[in-house]
Design a protein around this ligand. Sequence first.
Ligand code: ZN
Length: 243
Amino acid sequence: MRALSAEDIIIVWERGEHRHPVDRALTMLAAAHPRMTAGELAELSIGERDARLLGLREATFGPTLQSFAECPACRERLTFTLDTRTIRVPKPDRGDGGMELVAGDHTLRFRLPNSHDLAALALCGDPETGHRILVERCLLEATRDGIAIGGDSLPDETVAKLAGAMAELDPQAEVLIGMDCLSCGHRWQLLFDIAAFLWTEIALQAKRLLREVHILARAYGWREADILSLSATRREFYIDMVI
Ligand SMILES: [Zn+2]
């Protein structure tokens, strides 16, 4: 995984700033994987997407990250430090012949949710309908007692089992962190979203870099590209000289 350069960070931020979070995640990945097409990146399962985003974060900013959460019981703001290597989940063996689930009389063949599916879900406001849409989009074939049936005729219980099987086969898609509030003792699990976290970091870093360009261009008349090609240490040194 190659790290994003100062220039990459600004380009990624510029391209993703006014886009949906699903597209922002793909924009970050595209910068890290210039040889993969947009279609190939969008077809990665969400767990594979997030594993690559964790790798990009490690390569660009290192493995240690700091974040915060609000206690749902007492509203205390808690900060925590996380090592990206501790939230990496090994990829389960999915076999070669596609994914299949046998639930009672039903046999289901399915694929894992990808960025196209998340984009389709974004248009649906109701989480329950969204859940069904996701499952139906990822269902390739369903049979009951050997007879083909439509996904819309599956009972809720079977749909829930299918969603569970998908989550089990793509565990990196849902990273839960055990939280413990020091103020009130409340314990809960926090869903950690690497795509949103890394986007926030990239946006902050892009704005910081542009401010540095502004200061140095004004002081020395240097071009943006030349300023961005300096190491962070040199930029910092020159900025200290002019402010
Ligand atoms: Zn609390």
